[in-house]
Design a protein around this ligand. Structure first.
Ligand code: MLT
Length: 205
């Protein structure tokens, strides 16, 4: 396995022009977690679901953290580029231009980091329970990029301000951000699924 390869699940789309959902699991999850969700929110999309390479006491993650919500930024930067290389390679091999990240928690945070550090890799992103992963020295141009952020009103792990800060940061980069407060906590609920399905249909069908 090369450095930019990941253990992953790939489900081909219904047609060659179907977009790809890049599914990014949360801490302790794996490449299988979000596949059923991806099939429900965008029938016919191709699905690419890698497993995070970092292990935190046996729990897969996409980058290291020092404590809950405190990130090892150096590792985050390295891992973000590694994941973006994997996605760029996939895009080249599959002639796929529309790749939309769908990330939950730790997976959402690395997706946000990809938007900020590798602005040409993704066409859009759905970020569940995300926060600001890092602030780059030079802000990227995200003018073509559409982002849906779904935050939990009663999320004990993500401060509401941290979710709003992410929204503002991406907007400052020019991204078209839609931010929705879900009537729930950190876990995904039915409202996340229906809101995502609707947003993807509006923006990417
Ligand atoms: C992170 O580490 O990315 C966030 O704290 C969310 C999580 O618990 O995975």
């Amino acid at each position: 396995m090369s450095k930019s390869d990941f253990v992953h699940v790939y489900v081909p789309g219904a047609t060659a022009s179907s977009p790809t959902l890049l599914l990014l699991h949360g801490t302790g999850g794996n490449e299988n977690d979000l596949v059923p969700f991806g099939q429900k929110v965008f029938a016919g999309a191709s699905l690419l679901s890698p497993r995070g390479k970092v292990s935190e006491q046996g729990m897969p993650r996409f980058f290291r953290r020092i404590a809950e919500g405190v990130f090892d930024v150096e590792d985050l930067i390295t891992r973000t580029h590694e994941l973006a290389d994997f996605v760029d390679e996939f895009r080249a091999n599959h002639e796929q231009s529309r790749i939309i990240a769908v990330g939950y928690s730790n997976g959402a945070n690395i997706a946000a980091s990809m938007l900020l550090l590798r602005p040409t890799t993704l066409a859009g992103a759905v970020l569940f329970r995300a926060m600001v992963p890092l602030v780059p020295e030079k802000l990227p141009d995200l003018r073509e990029i559409r982002v849906f952020i779904a935050s939990g009103q009663r999320d004990p792990l993500i401060d509401p301000q941290a979710a709003s800060d992410l929204c503002q940061l991406l907007e400052r980069c020019g991204a078209l951000v839609s931010h929705r407060w879900i009537a729930g906590g950190h876990q995904l609920i039915q409202e996340d699924l229906s809101a995502t399905r609707q947003w993807l249909a509006n923006e990417f069908r």
